[in-house]
Unconditional design. Structure first.
Length: 570
């Protein structure tokens, strides 16, 4: 019997099947639209959500805080390109009555920015001449070619190179060398680059990709970490270091500044200890160091044959490069000159060269740009010496290019990072002028009453955590001005809180997205993120332990942390 004859039509609920289907479809489309356009929506909605920050109490300090929070959100989620977000102060500070346009503009080309430009031009010249590759190959050959020694050599070279050129460039230079070495060893039947079977004994799917062996992962990821750690050793080695220098000198204009010599005296020992303790940890984790009976240790026992093959490969690459050219020698001398100019500008133990020349203040940007000018003046080929030669074939027909050309600089210079530095300096300047600094200081009084070691540790832990998920320079721009104010409230030397936090912004080891060197290493290696997280967590703990154990004492010898400096008094 039909249901409709037993139950009145008015009591039978109508079920719009097509409506349910349509609603589900619309829901999926909405979710897809949010997934695709979430950045656009965030750019529009986030500023509106922040309006209560200053609308209810329209003061200059709160208007400045609005801009700081807006840029922090855009930086963390990368809703806009980092460099574009950094230009927001140029728009909002004048319009919101926080800072004049001309004062904001000056923040984008401070002495620190010019030092950054000069250092990058020198680094680009080294890359262009290929001098860094020659140095890397000779150091690796010198250290040795057993798996552990080869790893140590690669790490040492990357760390040293990264002190003077960008972390990204250092990692990008070394990864092809690692790839070629491992491939050649595998072709000789020595070791494997990728696992032939997965953990269950099954051949991995093509879609899943090949799983790298632990030895392969150790080579790649230790090189990425060496690029980040090496960048801490020299003030020009990382954008984060220069961000700290610029913010420190902006917040405390009467201070002696961040001096190149003092930075290296402190940070080179820190760099070396962190790096080689990290190598021990990584070789323990991946290569069976201190575990001679483990599977990992047995896999890297390649014997003298493997060492011979690796040494032959390195020697072959050195031979392919041929003898050292005039271009390489000239760039090498300019590079050494830049180090000497930076170091002896104000070496403390003798009068610096700048003091002997002028009574005006000369900073590290001047030293860098002296070398930059030489790089554009000195020719890459010494054929000018034959200009009056009787042999017509030897006479140059056209002038040789310089050691570096402006076209190369245009192609390789990361111009966006200059804006990123400038945006941070503009925030620092506006926070002082608007009174936001004082307002933050008042709210931090409770936290600042803790013992100073606790304040430093908490600040560093916050910086090292945030930097795993966001741009290192962006994190420094947000955290360091706050710590500058906290140091005033707690009557601490600003260097005590700001420098370790700045260093922690470079301790980005746990994820491929944490920093470009991690991504450069993880890509060709096909390293699982979980493996990087495990290895990176160990390196992070080592870095923090060394920093906390050495900086408060050794740094205090250099800057006298027990005395609150007169120039920091507001």
């Amino acid at each position: 019997m039909a249901v409709s004859k037993l139950v009145p039509n008015s009591l039978v609920p109508s079920v719009p099947v097509k409506t349910f289907g349509t609603m589900a479809t619309k829901g999926r489309l909405l979710i897809n639209a949010l997934r695709v356009y979430w950045k656009t929506l965030f750019v529009i909605i986030y500023p509106l959500a922040l309006l209560p920050v200053f609308v209810c109490n329209n003061t200059a300090a709160l208007r400045c805080l609005y801009v700081v929070l807006l840029m922090a959100g855009y930086w963390v989620f990368e809703a806009l390109p980092l460099a574009v977000t950094s230009l927001i102060p140029m728009v909002l500070f004048p319009l919101m009555g926080v800072l004049d346009s001309d004062k904001v503009s000056l923040c984008y080309l401070k002495e620190t920015n010019m030092m950054f430009v000069g250092g990058l031009v020198i680094a680009i010249a080294v890359e262009h001449s290929n001098l860094h590759t020659r140095v890397a190959l000779h150091v690796i050959k010198l250290v040795g070619c057993s798996p552990r020694r080869l790893n140590l050599g690669l790490v040492t070279v990357t760390m040293f190179v990264s002190m003077w050129i960008s972390n990204t460039a250092a990692a990008a230079m070394m990864i092809p060398i690692i790839e070629a070495t491992l491939t050649e060893l595998e072709s000789q039947g020595i070791g494997e680059v990728y696992e032939s079977n997965d953990l269950d004994g099954k051949v991995p799917d093509a879609q899943e990709g090949k799983r790298p062996t632990k030895t392969t992962m150790c080579y790649y990821i230790s090189t990425a970490y060496a690029a980040s750690i090496g960048g801490c050793g020299c003030i020009v080695g990382s954008g984060t270091n220069l961000t700290f220098k610029g913010l420190y000198e902006t917040m405390f204009p009467d201070s002696p500044g961040v001096e190149f010599t003092k930075w290296m005296i402190l940070n080179v020992p820190l760099m070396l200890i962190i790096m080689y303790l990290s190598v021990v940890w990584l070789q323990f984790w991946f290569m069976g160091l201190f575990r001679p009976s483990s599977v990992d240790a047995k896999k890297i026992r390649v014997g003298t044959q493997g060492e011979t093959v690796a040494r032959k490969l390195i020697g072959q690459k050195i031979n392919e490069m041929g003898p050292m050219s005039f271009h390489e020698k000239a760039v090498g001398l300019c590079f050494i000159l830049s180090i000497l100019l930076w170091f002896f500008r104000k070496p403390q133990f003798i009068a610096g060269w700048a003091e002997l020349i002028t009574q005006h203040q000369v900073r590290d940007a001047t030293a860098a740009l002296i070398v930059v000018l030489l790089l554009f003046i000195i020719p890459a080929k010494p054929d000018f010496i034959y200009i009056f030669s009787k042999d017509e074939a030897k006479r140059p027909k056209v002038a040789s290019q310089a050691l570096v050309t402006w076209k190369i600089i245009q192609q390789k210079m990361p111009w966006g990072l200059i804006f990123l530095l400038g945006g941070g300096f503009a925030l620092a300047e506006a926070s002082k002028v608007s009174g936001m600094s004082h307002m933050i200081a008042e709210h931090l009084r409770g936290f600042a009453t803790l013992p100073r070691i606790y304040v430093m540790v908490i600040s560093c832990l916050m910086a090292s955590t945030l930097t795993q998920f966001s741009s290192n320079v962006a994190v420094a721009n947000v955290i360091l001005p706050v710590l500058a104010e906290m140091s005033l409230v707690a009557k601490l030397h600003p260097m005590y809180l700001m420098m370790p936090a700045a260093l922690c912004c470079s301790y980005a080891y746990c994820l491929p997205v944490s920093t470009p060197p991690n991504a450069i290493a993880a890509g060709p290696c096909n390293m699982p993120s979980t493996e990087m997280a495990k290895a990176g967590l160990g390196v992070t703990l080592i870095s923090l332990a060394v920093l906390f154990g050495i900086f408060p004492y050794y740094g205090g010898v250099i800057w006298d942390f027990d005395t609150f400096p007169d120039w920091a008094v507001e």
